[in-house]
Every structure is written in structure tokens, then in C-alpha cells.
Design a protein around this ligand. Structure first.
Ligand SMILES: [Zn+2]
Length: 433
């Protein structure tokens, strides 16, 4: 931080000038400030406008009356004002902590693939209990095999990174333990509720049926203290229609409101096997009363999201490309559809080419029901807490916005009302509901 700024900005007569600053000017100023100072607060428009207003209120200034003429003091003054607010609201440790909401330390993961959540430690444990020899001479090599390579160029390449984790989950014991270990792992990272998804048809290489796989996963779920449910994935592909039908049938058979299988999904290469091919599958799911989410708007564009919503999906896996068509975005907003966004995954699969324009906060500010999730934490080398910190540091996600994200997660969870109430209580949301 440059010398000379701090004494000026702590002068309250400057701070009260914020009331004369328009939202747009505050945003531009914040961006400029971020560029100069490398401050974390400067990249999100919402964060800075919010901070500005908080400070104006703190100093007793009425924004509505005074936000008319601006720029009187020029840009330098504006820079001082925004920096001062950042400092005084506690982002630089100068107080204000009594009123500022805390950043999230408890999380909900609605979009977590079991085969994508196998860390180096978990892989070693799964190999050991099954007597499997891992194709790596040490941890470093194993980690390299389990995590996405730098030259992974697209979602299709990314999807090829699942072979080793899947090979460790082809027996009831391996699959059951994998669910338990993944659940225990995220519980230790602050996750209070998760929906773990997997495709039963990918666990039949060594003789398990899809039903055996579901039973094994349920057994693992019963051994963890984490509050969690299972989502059964159908797979995009060719010639596996009967396998998807079987997944659907079993989902209906095992469907519960909480404590087991609570929904289905479709995963796989969206750009190669488009959502348009799965109209019938989801018509049947709807007829059977099985809740579902659909991976859409990740490798394929907004039309995929529009179709998923047409099929009745109230949750969209990713949906990150929805903004490419304002009409589809508007429709999602009107329907109250929830987006299960996964920042690191979207960066690694190049779902968004320019990560500096990652639209999560923009969608949130436009009123879309956005959530943050991990997708494939083992392959990506991330955690849900890590995703929140990444969004704070890189995009200026605020504590208030985190609260909205978590509320969206609770509201969209495939679980019972009683569990949702419990989660709200754990997150400290009881007064609002
Ligand atoms: Zn996914």
C-alpha cells in the first residue's frame, strides 16, 4: 500500500463524499484501485458499491438525498474514498468487524462427482483395502495421475482423467469406502451437507450390477457423519440407452426424500452428445416423480440450458454459458432455476475462455439463483472452502453474497424440508425463514 494515502483517507470529511458518487463511478474507481493496489476488494462492482453504501450509512450520510452531483473532487479523491471504505470496513484490518458479516466457514456442495473427488490419500486407502497395485511409484506420481494435466484442453479431455479413480471403485468394498472417505474428507473441510453423485453404470467392470453399486454407495453413506444424499448419474453416450433406463428404474426404486438416493442427473460429454438427445429420458423421470438436475451450458451453449429447463430441470449443472443468450438467462430467472456453478472446474475445462470475465457474480447480481460447488475436487486439486476463497480473492465475492449463495444451496437441495431447516439453523439463517 502506498504511503500518503492512509492519512487522507481516514479523514471523515472525504469519506462522506461517497454519498455523491454514483454506483458506476464507484465501480470504475474500484477497478482502478484494484489495478494500482492489487487489492482484493477492487474486482467486484457489487462489493465496492455495497462497501460504499455501508460506509456512507456508518457516517450518517443519506445516499438518496445526496447522490446527485459527483466527480467534484476528481478521480484521486474517489480512489481515496473507496480505499478508505475498504480499510475501515475491516478488509485491511481497521475495524468495522462488529457489523460486517463473516465470510463463510460452513459449506454445502450440491455438485460433487464421487470419481472426481478421489484424492491421493483416498486413492491409496482404496488401493490398500482392495489389494490393488497403483500405477505410481510415489505420492507425487500418483497425484500427477489423479489431477488434471496442464495440457488438458477441453471438457472432453478432462473427462478422460477419471479412469484411475473409477478403477478403484469396481467392488462393493471399494465403492462403499470411497463414499465414506470422500464424505469424511469434505466434512473435515467445513462441508455440512453434500449431494454426492456417481454413475452406477460406470462401476460394473468387475461384475457389480448397477443395483449392487447403489447398495454399496448407500452402505458408505451410512458410515459417515456427514449429512449427505446421492444423485445417480445417467451418462451421455452412444449405445447406453438401456443402461440409462436401468439407472432411472433404480432411482425410482431407491428414491427417498432424504438419507439416500434423492435425484438423478446426466453427465458426460455434452458437446458430443447434446441435451436434445435426452428428452425422452427426462420425460420419464418427470413421469416417475424423480427430481433431477442436468449438466448443461458447460461444454455446450445456452440452448442446452433452455432444453434442460424445458424438460423440467429446476437445477442446472454449471449453466455457466447461460449468459450467452439473455433470453435463456431471463427464463432461468423467471423460473427460479438454480445454477450449480463450479469455478475451478470451469477454468480447467475452458468452459469459459476468459476467466477474468467469469460470470458468477454477474449472474448473482442479475438475480439468478447461483450456488458454488466443487465438481471434481480431487482431479482439480481444490476444496469447497478453496472455491469460496478463490472467488473472494479473484472476484471480490462478499460475505453477504456468500450468504445468498448458501441460502440458494439450501433452497435447491434435493432433501427434506426438515433437513433444510436444520441446515439453515446451522448456517445461522433461522431468523430469516
Ligand atoms: Zn459435473
Amino acid at each position: 500500500m502506498r504511503d500518503g494515502f492512509i492519512p487522507d483517507i481516514l479523514d471523515t470529511s472525504i469519506i462522506t463524499d461517497i454519498a455523491e458518487v454514483s454506483d458506476d463511478d464507484a465501480i470504475n474507481t474500484a477497478r482502478e484501485l484494484a489495478r494500482i493496489q492489487g487489492l482484493l476488494v477492487g474486482t467486484s462492482s457489487g462489493a465496492n458499491v455495497w462497501t460504499a453504501k455501508q460506509m456512507a450509512e456508518k457516517y450518517g450520510t443519506d445516499l438518496r438525498k445526496r447522490r446527485k452531483n459527483m466527480k467534484r473532487n476528481g478521480y484521486r479523491n474517489l480512489l481515496c474514498i473507496v480505499l478508505s471504505m475498504a480499510l475501515i470496513t475491516g478488509l485491511a484490518g481497521c475495524g468495522g468487524k462488529d457489523t460486517a458479516p463473516a465470510y463463510a466457514d460452513r459449506y454445502i456442495d450440491l455438485h460433487l462427482h464421487l470419481d472426481g473427488a478421489i484424492t491421493t490419500d483416498i486413492a491409496k486407502q482404496l488401493a490398500q483395502i482392495q489389494g490393488i497395485e497403483l500405477p505410481a511409484k510415489d505420492d507425487a506420481e500418483l497425484t500427477r495421475l489423479l489431477t488434471v494435466p496442464e495440457d488438458c484442453e477441453s471438457l472432453n479431455d478432462f473427462l478422460e482423467c477419471f479412469a484411475l479413480p473409477l478403477s478403484l471403485m469396481q467392488t462393493p468394498e471399494g465403492l462403499s469406502e470411497a463414499v465414506r472417505l470422500v464424505a469424511d474428507n469434505i466434512l473435515s473441510q467445513g462441508v455440512i451437507y453434500a449431494e454426492i453423485r456417481f454413475a452406477p453404470q460406470l462401476h460394473t467392470d468387475q461384475g457389480m450390477t448397477q443395483e449392487d453399486a447403489i447398495k454399496a454407495a448407500l452402505e458408505g453413506l451410512g458410515k459417515t457423519k456427514l449429512k449427505a444424499n446421492l444423485i445417480l448419474c445417467c451418462m451421455r453416450g452412444e449405445g447406453n440407452e438401456a443402461l440409462n433406463e436401468e439407472t432411472l428404474r433404480l432411482a425410482k426404486e431407491y428414491l427417498v426424500e432424504d438419507g439416500g438416493v434423492t435425484a438423478i442427473d446426466i453427465a458426460g460429454a455434452e458437446a458430443i452428445f447434446p441435451t436434445a438427445d435426452y428428452r425422452e429420458l427426462f420425460a420419464k423421470a418427470k413421469e416417475l416423480g424423480i427430481p433431477f438436475t442436468i449438466h448443461a451450458g458447460e461444454a455446450d451453449g445456452p440452448e442446452s440450458v433452455r432444453l434442460a429447463m424445458e424438460y423440467g430441470a429446476m437445477r442446472i449443472g454449471h449453466g455457466v454459458r447461460i449468459g450467452e443468450d439473455p433470453e435463456v438467462l431471463k427464463l432461468a430467472k423467471e423460473k427460479g432455476v438454480t445454477l450449480e456453478m463450479c469455478p475451478t472446474s470451469n477454468r480447467q475445462t475452458h468452459a469459459i475462455e476468459d476467466m477474468s470475465a467469469y460470470p458468477l457474480i454477474d449472474y448473482l447480481e442479475q438475480g439468478l439463483k447461483v450456488t458454488i460447488n466443487t465438481d471434481d475436487m480431487g482431479i482439480e486439486g481444490t476444496t469447497l472452502a478453496g472455491e469460496f476463497r478463490y472467488m473472494e480473492k479473484t472476484f471480490g465475492l462478499t460475505a453477504q453474497q456468500e450468504r445468498v449463495l448458501l441460502e440458494n444451496s439450501v433452497n435447491a437441495a434435493f432433501t427434506s424440508q426438515a433437513v433444510k431447516d436444520e441446515l439453515r439453523a446451522q448456517l445461522g439463517f433461522t431468523e430469516e425463514h
